[in-house]
Design a protein around this ligand. Structure first.
Ligand code: CS2
Length: 495
């Protein structure tokens, strides 16, 4: 098979079954700036946008990707080399793959090398929407108090270096100031991260920074910029060399950074766009007045369910999420967690049958073809657990309800942070807070509550006796009997 290197010139030579952009990319303008060019963005928003660009009147909605972190340099260079093109490989449940060359990313900036290009772009008249996937940890707030962490070194840097910011808050502030000074209309800033009320949170964090950095801008932002809340969903594992090789051998495409994802996709968002938006509803995006019940459902069932499978699977020695959920024991734990601890504290979710939704999650987690890594799920848990799981625990505690399985997940996380699984294999704990997590995890062997005392994660949870009791029980059981036996005991002892 002839191997074709992916770029614009290659498009007409690709095999017929590969979907390619059916629009003239040279006519597309960048109406959207996106911060965080990771795999999820490329499987989700960039995919929806690729579909929209096929429609009439949508030429103004191409995407310019911005990489802020040094680790983003590789993806920005790859996009540059491939004229912004990449392959989206949908991994179907039957083991087959579908390939789509996605064309919606038509601009790319590596911010550390060209900070002025980013602020100019924010202030450019073509730009009408800024979107973000900067991960749950990127919003720079204290999980315990909810306040913006003004003393973070990078934030302090941004405050004193307006010409070369390093965080999204610096870029947005100086870019919006330029926009205001040039007299250009406001725009929309939309978070696409897994945080409940992600738009409200983003606004709050940005305004706290603005008040310190450029107080006169606050009123303009409040008047001219909107921050819709949204729920985003598509399971997107990390790309591996095997994926790159598979694309080459199945389709003859040489793509340095394809993205693999599941077939399912969902985006539910508030329709609060101050300077227009693509007609995403025509490609399946759902616009609603109140997104809160959907976000709550997704984050607390899917994302926390993922964490349950991640920690238990990692300790047991599994590599993939599908292996863990194909194990009846862990699948039963997941279902019981969803039914007895999460569902009772969810709100009514319009048009959604929760039983069917939970069935569909188990089926999605079980897709062996996406090969979603347990390691991916467990990384950065210090930013995830406070959003995915702790709110459920708090709601259950106030209602006097059950927290046994939530406590087990937390205990499994503590044991996971030791960096070695039960069969004895070592792994890396990938987390910005890994030093303290690892230290407290080992300390927990003699002082059982040490991990729970990390206040910036758990707040005052340590003061809840029902929780600490359940937690201590699980932790000691994991130490002495292992994760599988602990799960069995808990399944037997919970209603
Ligand atoms: C996962 C999410 O990072 C995680 O822990 O739960 O990335 C999840 O796959 C996505 O939110 C699915 O939409």
């Amino acid at each position: 098979m002839k191997i074709i290197k992916l770029n614009s010139a290659a498009l007409k030579h690709l095999p017929g079954e590969v979907i390619v952009p059916a629009y003239d990319r040279s006519e597309i303008k960048t109406g959207i700036i996106h911060f965080g060019p990771g795999a999820f963005h490329r499987a989700h928003q960039a995919y929806y946008t690729d579909k929209i660009l096929q429609k009439d009147g949508m030429k103004g909605w191409g995407i310019c990707d911005v990489g802020l972190l040094h680790s983003d340099k590789k993806i920005i260079n790859t996009l540059k080399d491939q004229d912004g093109l990449y392959t989206l490989l949908t991994a179907e449940h039957d083991g087959s793959l579908k390939a789509r060359i996605t064309g919606s990313i038509v601009g790319y900036i590596f911010a550390p090398e060209n900070p002025g290009a980013v602020t100019d772009k924010i202030a450019g008249p073509d730009t009408r929407l800024i979107t973000l996937t900067i991960t749950e940890g990127g919003y720079n707030f204290d999980s315990n108090t909810g306040d913006f962490r003004m003393n973070e070194p990078l934030i302090q840097w941004d405050l004193s270096h307006p010409d070369e910011p390093r965080t999204v808050f610096g870029y947005l502030t100086w870019g919006l100031k330029l926009r205001k000074d040039k007299g250009i209309q406001g725009l929309t800033i939309q978070s696409c991260d897994n945080i409940q009320k992600n738009g409200n949170l983003l606004k709050k964090m940005l305004l706290e920074f603005v008040r310190e950095a450029e107080p006169a801008l606050e009123d303009w932002i409040c008047e001219h910029v909107t921050f819709p809340n949204s729920m985003v969903d598509r399971i997107t594992p990390r790309t591996t060399q095997t994926d790159i090789d598979r694309l080459k051998s199945v389709y003859g495409i040489e793509d340095k950074w394809p993205v693999v994802c599941e077939p399912f996709i969902q985006w539910i968002t508030e329709d609060k766009y101050s300077n227009g938006r693509p007609e995403w509803e025509s490609v399946g995006v759902k616009f609603v007045n109140d997104v809160a019940p959907y976000e709550k459902m997704k984050i607390r069932l899917l994302n926390a369910g993922h964490s349950l499978l991640g920690f238990t699977g990692a300790l047991y020695g599994y590599t993939y999420i599908h292996e863990t959920v194909h194990d009846q024991l862990f699948a039963a734990l997941l279902r019981k967690f969803m039914d007895t601890e999460v569902t009772p504290v969810l709100d009514e979710v319009p048009d959604i049958d929760l039983d069917k939704y939970k069935d569909s999650l188990i089926e999605r987690f079980g897709n062996h073809n996406i090969r979603d890594q347990v390691a991916r799920i467990c990384l950065q848990s210090s930013a995830k657990i406070p959003k995915f799981l702790i709110p459920t625990i708090r709601d259950q505690l106030s209602a006097g309800g059950p927290v046994m399985i939530s406590a087990l997940i937390t205990a499994a996380w503590c044991r996971f942070a030791e960096g070695i699984d039960e069969p004895g294999k070592r792994y890396e704990v990938e987390d910005d807070m890994k030093d303290i997590l690892i230290e407290k995890a080992f300390l927990s062997r003699r002082d059982n509550l040490a991990f729970l005392r990390i206040e910036s994660i758990f707040g005052d949870l340590i003061n809840s006796e029902p929780f600490t009791e359940a937690y201590t029980f699980s932790l000691n059981s994991i130490y002495s009997k292992g994760i599988a036996e602990t799960v069995r005991i808990i399944l037997k002892n919970t209603k």
